[in-house]
Write a protein that binds this ligand. Structure first.
Ligand SMILES: [Zn+2]
Length: 179
């Protein structure tokens, strides 16, 4: 079953974006195939185009997390990719529900990324767009959908960034108390 935030998962395949050297998980065409659970890796050229698309998607939702409209150029690039991706025409019943059937014309990167592109379009046009957030740790930059009832989630996950921030606050506080 496709998820609304699949496009954010894809954007997060590069993370710690605020650090001098972000962590890259897609280093070769095979990494993208594994991520998309595809049988065949895309060509190097398509792989590079896919990474470019990922950065476009990141910028689109990063702007949204700041409450800003996307740069027209980024929307144009996404639209161009959507137009060239396989058409979303056929539903099929899968193990966990329904899914869009993808006609993998050629095993191209765009066919691999079709569900990502669709999820980006659905998220941008859907009711949860104002729930797109970026982790409050400036070094992290992880994008996520805030599904909490109050809508005040700030961290990618408490066990990583949230706890680190808490520990830092605690450290500063106890230093002040010692002084
Ligand atoms: Zn984080």
């Amino acid at each position: 079953m496709s998820r609304a935030d699949l496009c954010l998962d894809f954007a997060n395949t590069r993370y710690y974006r605020g650090q001098a050297t972000p962590t890259e998980t897609l280093n070769a065409p095979g990494d993208l195939a594994a991520w998309a659970k595809a049988a065949k890796p895309p060509t190097t050229r398509e792989f590079e185009a896919a990474l470019g698309l990922r950065e476009t998607i990141y910028r689109l939702f990063n702007a949204q997390a700041d409450g800003k409209a996307a740069a027209p150029r980024d929307l144009e690039v996404l639209n161009h990719a959507l137009a060239r991706a396989p058409a979303r025409t056929t539903l099929r019943r899968g193990r966990d529900g329904y899914d869009w059937d993808i006609e993998p014309k050629s095993g191209t990167a765009l066919a691999l990324l079709a569900p990502v592109l669709w999820s980006a379009g659905d998220l941008l046009t859907g009711p949860r767009l104002d729930r797109v957030r970026r982790c409050a740790n400036p070094e992290c930059g992880w994008l996520f959908l805030d599904d909490s009832r109050a809508g005040k989630r700030r961290w990618c996950s408490m066990s990583a960034c949230g706890n680190r921030a808490k520990a830092r606050r605690h450290y500063h506080k106890s230093k002040e108390e010692d002084a």
